[in-house]
Structures are given as C-alpha cells and as structure tokens.
Design a protein around this ligand. Structure first.
Ligand SMILES: [Zn+2]
Length: 577
C-alpha cells in the first residue's frame, strides 16, 4: 500500500507550502519569505519563516524545519502517507495505491465519524428529534447556529447508530475505535455510546470530525456531558471545540475568548463573539495554548466570579508564564457561567469585562495582596516571596519590569531591590539554546553558501575543499550538497533536508538556506576562489607561521612571537584576519 515515489514528488512540487501553512499559522509576507508565530515553540514576535520557492519552513527561534509534508505530520500528527494523501486530494493529484487500496485505520475512523454525524443530524431533523429541538430552543440554539455547529441528536435507542453504520458497511471494530459503539460486558454484541443526547460534533481545525460531545436530554441522566473517548484521531487535551469555526474571526479580532462548555461557546457565537473556542469541560492545557498560539498571541479566558472560577484562573498562571504568552482573566460577576451571564447582563457587559480584564499576573498579584495582611512584616515577606517566584519566570524584560513596578509600589520599596531579588532567585530568563551554523568557520560557511546558491560552480576542487572542512556538521551538510550537485539534482530545500540525519542538523541546514547574505550574487565565482584558497592554505599558513615564531623566539623577540601565537589560535576565520 505504498505511494509511488513520483507521486510524492508531484505532491511536493504542486502543493503550495505557504497556502497550506497559512491555514494553521497566519502568515504575512516579508521580502521573499512569509513569516508568522511559530506553532512549535513559544514566541511573541514571529521567527517562523516559510519560503515558497525553497519549499521549506524554518524557525529562527527553535530551529524547527521541514517541508509541506512534514509540516502536516508535525502539526496534525499524521503519518507520512496520510499527509501525502491529504495534500494529493487537496491538489487534485490521483494516487493509485499499488496494493488493494484499503484506506488505513485513521481514514476508516474519520469515515465512521462522518457517517455517525450524518445519522445524528438526520435524527435531529426527524420527528424523533422533536424533544431535542425543544430543548435546544430553550437554550437559544436554533436554525443557523445549529447548522453552523452541525448539531445532532442521538435518540434513546441502544442500536440506532449500530444499525445505521451496519447498513453503511462500517465495521464494528472501526466504530468501537472511533468511540461510537461500546462492546457489551456480558455476552456478545455492541451498543450505541450516545443515547438520548444532543450531539455536538467536535472537529479539528480543518473541520474534519474527530469526536462528539453529548448533552443528556434527561436531567436525571449521568453524566450530564459525555465526550467521545480518546482515539487515534481524538486527543481531548489538544482539541478546542469550535476552532474551525472561529479561526478566521480570531485572526481578524486579534484575540481569542476561551470558555469551557459547549453551550457557553454557542451563546458567545449567538451574541456575535465569533472569536471563541471551548475546552470541552476541562481547564486549559499546554497543548491548547500551543494550538491557539498559531492564531493569536492574546488569550482571554472567561472565568466565573465564584471561588472555583478564581481558583481556576490562578491555576492557569504557571501554564501561561511557561508558554510565554499573555492571558487575561475575564471575570464574570453574574450568572453561573458565560451562557447565563450573557442572558442576564448582555453582550455589552461582556465587552466591558473584556476591556477591563487584568492579565493573569496582575490578577494574581491583586489576589495575593488581598489575601495577606500587608501591614504586618510577615505578610510583606510572604507577598514578596510568592510574587518573586512568578516574576522570575517572565522572560520578556519589558513585561517583567511592569510587574516588578507593581510589586515594588505595593511594598513601598525601590524597583531596583525587586530586580536584585529576581537575579538572586536564579532567573531562568528567556534565552533559548541557539544552534545553527553562525560563528562557525567563515570560509567554509561562505563556500557552502555560494555553492548552494550557484551549484553550477561546483567542481572537484570544491569537493576536495568540502572534505577538508574542520567543522563536522558543516562537512555533513557540504557532503549532502555535493551529492546533489554530482547527481545533477536541483539543490532544493526539501532535497537537502532529506539527505541529512537528525533534527538539529536539519535545522542548521534550513537556517543556511534562509540566511543568504546580501550581495551574495555579485561575484560568486570569486567568492568560491577566495574561500577555496583560504581553506586549502590553512595548513601551510600554520606551519610557516610556526617557523616564524621559532625564529622570533631565537631572536629574543618573544612579545611578537606571543602575539603571532595568539593569531594562530584564533585561526584564519578569526576576527584578526
Ligand atoms: Zn519555533
């Protein structure tokens, strides 16, 4: 069941990497590149770079790199053939599988879920769905909204979906893996997982159904909310309900509103807050935050103003500090949840609450201050200690300064004392480990860069120089380039990345591809000659200088000898040359 090699090539050739990535990460054009916020690490200013011509992406922050296929694999958790097939179908490329053409397990699960969704929405439209329609109406969820979220209904039957899937030719094994059917404990047979429930289909960002959430119609039924179990296509902690519907509005508004419940989300949509998503009953996770970061750097989480809501807001603080992204706590002072708040106070009150929303850190400092006896020395000490433990986690200097000022003025001390204390607390800072080829041997780097851009200048001399590289990583990269040149294959991003092993080296390679120096094209042939000379003469220069040093020492001119020795140690690529 393997995909022919030329089809993989065709997919890579025809798929627009900018177009595909732009659906996950809003990109803006900058020079020859498109840039956006990296979906693979925390950042506030874009270092994630995509180049249509080179057909690769590269992050200058975390060195993540790859082509359009590996991007889908990383971002959607797809296997290689799945990613190729997804792109092929999108760009109208027909792949004739060499074997029977049986779709793989994930594809089968997607089909089962899609069929189930047809069943659920059909049941809602049917007469059997009247109680559900009544219930939804009572909660303000009708017509257009129900359609936008593809709401459905699972009737109060044990085998309704079972029979439907059977007719559709979907196997019970697949239906079980998809979380639609449950195997009976006692004896043979299967039954429907969702019964007598309003059904919310859960989709991934591309709108493919990956699971369901069901709200019991009968108030006595437990649990009140039932979600699909985790499956090969559904990971609850990574999924945000409504993101497919909200992503455009999130990019437009510049921020996202996060709630926990299905009905809270629908209520927000009903009142025009289209930039909203829901976590499906759980608190925000790191994975949620990372997903959202692909769309915005500003998260507003809605919390109830009761004790539980306040606690939930504070629990999130660490998470956001670690992910280096700003979150504001929108505290609702009426109703038991956002749905009720909107009913009681209306959308304008929510807009006001959004404008007034403190950052989680401000909220934390405020509640810490309120909780402690700030007129007693013990209270001040505790406040300082607790605040410090969070302050030292803030990587951004300007942001840290903002909070340090709040802490200083609360305690009536100078802000410098706060800074000193942060330093003493062993500030982890925001420095990221930087790899890549910068600050390596300059002639080696130059030669490699010129050849990558001008493969027509590749020659046996160049290859000899490649082999004389002293930097092992650069040598591996150079060998990959040499291989492509010898075979007459275009020196392209994807081809190069395929020929080097390991994420770190791939990252360095991509960086090289993106960091093409200005004025590069002016005199490539001369640059090759110069770097060749410099690389090949290295050994000779060293010996003759060493002879000279010996001579100088014999002459008693040790000061000049010492100076020369220093130069050798710096090497021909050093600043002194
Ligand atoms: Zn990154």
């Amino acid at each position: 069941m393997s995909i022919p090699k030329e089809k993989i090539e065709e997919v890579r050739e025809r798929a627009s990497i900018v177009q595909v990535i732009n659906e996950y990460v809003p990109l803006t054009k900058r020079g020859h590149n498109h840039v956006g916020l990296c979906p693979f690490h925390s950042e506030k200013s874009p270092s994630f770079t995509v180049n249509e011509e080179k057909k690769i992406f590269y992050c200058f922050g975390c060195n993540a790199t790859g082509n359009v296929i590996t991007f889908l694999m990383k971002k959607d958790g797809l296997a290689f053939p799945e990613a190729v097939r997804a792109l092929a179908s999108r760009y109208g490329i027909t792949i004739n599988e060499s074997k029977s053409g049986v779709p793989d397990e994930r594809e089968q699960i997607y089909s089962a879920l899609k069929a189930a969704s047809e069943y659920f929405s059909g049941m809602l439209r049917a007469a059997a769905g009247d109680p559900a329609k009544e219930y939804l109406k009572g909660r303000g969820l009708t017509g257009e909204l129900a359609k936008r979220f593809h709401i459905g209904f699972a009737p109060n039957k044990w085998d309704g979906l079972f029979m439907f899937l059977k007719k559709k030719g979907i196997g019970v094994d697949v239906a079980c893996k998809a979380g639609l059917l449950v195997k009976k404990d006692n004896g043979p047979g299967y039954y429907d997982r969702f019964r007598n429930r309003v059904i919310f289909p859960i989709t991934d960002v591309r709108g493919r159904i990956i699971g369901f959430g069901g709200r019991a119609l009968d108030e006595k039924s437990l649990p009140k909310y039932l979600n699909s179990p985790e499956s090969p296509v559904f990971k609850k902690g990574e999924t945000l309900f409504g993101l497919a519907q909200a992503k455009e509005a999130v990019s437009k508004e510049g921020y996202v509103l996060v709630v926990e419940g299905y009905f809270d989300l629908v209520a927000l949509h009903r009142h025009g807050f289209l930039n909203s998503v829901a976590t499906m009953g759980t608190a925000l996770t790191t994975d949620h935050i990372r997903t959202l970061k692909g769309y915005t750097s500003s998260i507003y989480a809605l919390f109830d103003s009761d004790e539980a809501g306040k606690k939930a807001a504070l629990r999130g603080l660490n998470l956001f500090l670690n992910e280096d992204i700003s979150c504001r706590a929108v505290l609702l002072n009426q109703g038991k949840d956002p749905d009720e708040f909107l009913q009681l106070a209306g959308p304008d009150a929510l807009r006001e609450a959004i404008v007034d929303a403190p950052t989680l850190m401000e909220y934390y400092l405020g509640s810490l201050r309120a909780r402690l006896n700030m007129s007693a020395p013990e209270g001040k000490k505790k406040y300082f200690e607790d605040a410090l433990s969070y302050l030292s986690k803030i990587g951004n200097l300007a942001e840290r300064g903002h909070y340090a000022t709040i802490v200083a003025s609360t305690l009536g001390i100078g802000v410098d004392s706060v800074y000193d204390a942060i330093k003493g607390a062993g500030n982890p800072g925001s420095l990221k480990v930087k790899s890549g080829f910068q600050a390596r041997s300059l002639p080696e780097l130059t030669l490699l860069r010129v050849i990558m851009k001008h493969p027509e200048l590749f020659s046996p001399e160049v290859e000899t120089a490649f082999e004389a590289f002293t930097d092992d990583e650069l040598k591996t990269a150079a060998r990959a380039v040499a291989g492509l040149c010898r075979e007459g294959v275009a020196v392209s991003g994807p081809a190069l990345l395929e020929r080097v092993e390991g994420e770190a080296l791939k990252g360095s390679m991509a960086e090289l591809l993106f960091r093409e120096m200005d004025g590069f094209v002016e005199e490539p042939a001369r640059m090759v000659q110069d770097s060749l000379k410099s690389i090949m003469n290295r050994g000779k220069v060293k010996t003759s200088t060493q002879d000279m040093i010996k001579l100088l020492e014999q002459m008693g001119k040790s000061d000049i000898a010492i100076e020369l020795r220093k130069r050798i140690e710096v090497g021909p690529s050093g600043k002194r040359h």
